[in-house]
Ligand binder design. Structure first.
Ligand code: CS2
Ligand code: MG
Length: 402
């Protein structure tokens, strides 16, 4: 079996997506998500100019060798752009492999360890009152796990809160807009938010929160300690993950579970965090973390240290990634939870999906391969539009983490 061609499909049904399509001499093709929010064209150019020419003629079933060809064979290793490209190639090759064997992808990853996948949704409001309302409406829709984000008194607009009632989409067309942040206002406010949510909804609902990289280790340790009584399912990205040993301070002060890594792109971002048990969930998704071949290794390493998966699943990761993640989550033993931000309906004009939501869980069907397809004609109707993620400054103007 040989790879005969490949193409990169960039489209924008409501938001930008990048999809790699790999063709073979058997007529079977595979899809991989190559979307990197705000940097889509960089991945597309890298795939088209450097990766695809080196793919032609290879046997698509040789996923391990091809992964290492594009990882070890590239001198300038790692980084979001090149690892997203490798992830897309890997996803597409696993799609081909499973289609060739006429079986759903999960059967190649260990078969069914569960029939349905626990997911968490997003609830956010401009203030505590509106946030409480939104959490309630998500619970009514059947969600058993809710990520809670709220506007913060004294801060004009903050991460994770939709400005209008549209689905939350952080990237805006054109250049990055600037947001402002005040950590002390945030730290003084957050425990009261979760106290109120627990008071209204009780202990059964799983609550999650995303700090979005904005505390120092000691600030994160204070926060994790103060929200400990509210038994969060996890506190996400409490600090920026570059300094892995920074998480040691949080662990010393709190039993609040920690999730990190949606911006990671290789196992080397996790080595200290996993081996020192500084975290409880790995967030690095298939689309940015080296695909199925690499995440199988990372998840296996994490399982030795009692760490579960909790893959990133925002709307800027395409349905190809989400379906691949559902196969992965179906098969591995140390599955934790899957983030689920439903894509806008317009996205499903382009991407034909094979998963459905019911009563707090997603389930995937038994179509061969990943099971998602892309309608190239429809994709042409939604041309790429440059969009940028915001940048964030402290209120004194100092550049900070968004
Ligand atoms: C967030 C994302 O879903 C999450 O946990 O961190 O919304 C993130 O901000 C976006 O994916 C960035 O593109
Ligand atoms: Mg996050």
């Amino acid at each position: 079996m040989k790879i005969t061609d490949a193409k990169v499909i960039v489209c924008s049904p409501g938001r930008n997506f990048v999809t790699l399509k790999i063709f073979t001499d058997s007529g079977i093709y595979g899809l991989g998500d190559a979307t990197l929010n705000g940097m889509e064209k960089a991945v597309a150019v890298y795939l088209e100019n450097y990766c695809i020419p080196a793919l032609i003629g290879r046997d698509p079933r040789n996923t391990e060798d091809i992964w290492h060809y594009f990882y070890r064979g590239v001198y300038w290793k790692r980084g979001s752009v090149s690892m997203t490209a490798i992830s897309a190639i890997d996803m597409a090759l696993w799609d081909i492999k499973a289609k060739t064997l006429n079986t759903p992808l999960y059967n190649l990853l260990g078969g069914r360890s569960r029939d349905r996948i626990l997911v968490y949704c997003h609830a956010n409001g401009k203030d505590v009152e509106e946030t409480i309302e939104k959490v309630g409406s998500k619970i009514e829709k059947g969600f058993r796990a809710v990520r809670v984000q709220s506007g913060i008194p004294g801060i004009q607009h903050t991460y994770g809160v939709t400005l209008d009632n549209k689905p939350y989409e952080p990237a805006t067309r054109g250049l990055a807009h600037e947001e402002y942040w005040d950590t002390s206002k945030y730290l003084n406010f957050l425990p009261s938010l979760f106290g109120k949510v627990r008071e209204v909804f009780g202990d059964d609902i799983h609550l999650l929160h995303d700090v979005h990289h904005r505390c120092t280790p000691v600030e994160a340790a204070r926060l994790a300690k103060e929200i400990e009584p509210f038994h969060l399912f996890w506190l996400e990205d409490p600090v920026t993950g570059e300094l892995q040993e920074g998480l040691r301070l949080i662990r010393k002060h709190s039993t609040t579970p920690i999730a990190i890594g949606e911006v990671f792109n290789s196992v080397y971002d996790y080595t200290t965090l996993i081996t020192e048990q500084l975290i409880d969930y790995i967030r690095m998704p298939l689309v940015h973390g080296g695909g199925i071949t690499h995440l199988l290794k990372v998840a296996a390493m994490a399982s030795v240290y009692h760490i579960n998966t909790g893959f990133h699943g925002a709307t800027d990761l395409s349905p190809v990634n989400l379906a691949s993640a559902l196969h992965f989550n179906t098969a591995i033993n140390n599955f934790g939870i899957q983030e689920y931000m439903p894509h806008q309906e317009i996205v499903h004009d382009v991407f034909k999906i094979n998963y459905s939501f019911n009563d707090g869980y997603l389930s995937i069907d038994d179509s061969p391969g990943i099971g998602v397809d892309i309608d190239e004609k429809k994709a042409l109707k939604f041309p790429y539009e440059k969009a940028s993620l915001p940048v964030n400054r402290k209120t004194d103007g100092t550049m900070f983490y968004w």
